[in-house]
Design a protein around this ligand. Structure first.
Ligand code: SAM
Length: 279
């Protein structure tokens, strides 16, 4: 067991499978972040690792709303973990982000084994399982360590017979973390001759369609100017012929008009003035 004391003075542990379990012989890890970091970034919700600041907000909420003073906080979900074969300390509370694909099975196991839990849960299917636990509707957009932005709510058996509750305060606190991250993220703006899937999507959302022929495009994973920064176009893109770039600009102009954005253009006369400048 890897132990520490959480920010609220509770003992916090990442628990490993018990030695009698089928995972006997698995290497124990000392550094959770380092351990998790060894795994290639995947985008499935089962591989969404929780940023520390998000986890702390959630743990703070559980500490404030539920009587967990002195209870050991455990996190049994990590790569190679085996939550069914862990030694759960008496009176512990599982506060963790589990693999969403088996969340109902996990909740059933904890209810049957009388283990207290407060788990991250997929927001959109929160009401789907017909199970006896509390759904805490939050629906905050959490950006996990792998970059995936997942609407997240919670499930718990710490709230006795409440089936559904919501918490605007928890929502705001989690959204604030998300907003702070977005503010600091650099925004990439590409030249008009570059087509990204987001640019096409932006037009589609505004009812403007795009059509490009094979002869007018050249597939690229990133621009030369990005290489030195070890960056690339997210999802790759295309370099466009002059004709296709002009069509793209026209599509974007039409799409912008739907948002009541007016893009003013230069006249031939003004272009000639510009050409003559700086000589
Ligand atoms: C959504 S991730 C969250 C990881 C971590 N709890 C966090 O909050 O960052 C779920 C993790 O559970 C692990 N996992 C999958 N099946 C498991 C099982 N049966 N027992 C324990 N962990 C499991 C996955 O490998 C993955 O690392």
């Amino acid at each position: 067991m890897n132990e520490s004391v959480d920010i609220f003075g509770n003992k916090a542990s990442f628990i490993r499978p018990s030695l009698t379990a089928r995972n006997k012989g698995k290497t124990l890890f000392d550094d959770y972040d380092g351990f998790v970091g060894k795994f290639e970034a995947k985008k499935t919700t089962d591989d969404c690792y929780t940023p520390a600041e998000v986890y702390n907000v959630v743990l703070n909420y559980v500490s404030e709303k539920c009587n967990i003073k002195g209870a050991e906080i455990v996190r049994p979900f990590f790569p190679g973990g085996d939550y069914e074969n862990c030694d759960y300390p008496e009176g512990c509370v599982v506060v963790d982000n589990p693999p969403f694909s088996i969340i109902s099975k996990i909740a059933k196991f904890y209810i049957e084994n009388n283990i207290k839990f407060f788990l991250f849960a997929p927001h959109l299917t929160l009401f789907s399982p017909r199970m006896d636990y509390t759904r805490i509707v939050v629906g905050a957009s959490i950006v996990y360590e792998n970059g995936a932005n997942v609407k997240t709510s919670f499930i718990s058996n710490l709230f006795e017979d409440i089936i559904v509750m919501s918490d605007p305060d928890l929502y705001r606190k989690l959204e604030r973390i998300n907003e702070a991250k977005n503010v600091n993220l650099p925004k990439y703006v590409y030249p008009n001759e570059v087509l990204t899937v987001s640019a096409v999507q932006w037009c589609v959302e505004r009812g403007v369609s795009c059509l490009l022929k094979k002869r007018d495009v050249y597939h690229v994973r990133g621009l030369d100017s990005q290489k030195t920064h070890k960056k690339a176009i997210f999802g790759s893109g295309y370099l466009l012929s002059e004709k296709a770039a002009a069509e793209k600009a026209a599509a974007e102009k039409a799409a912008a008009e739907k948002d009541n954005i007016i893009i003013w253009e230069l006249s031939e006369r003004e272009r000639n003035i510009i050409k003559s400048l700086g000589k």
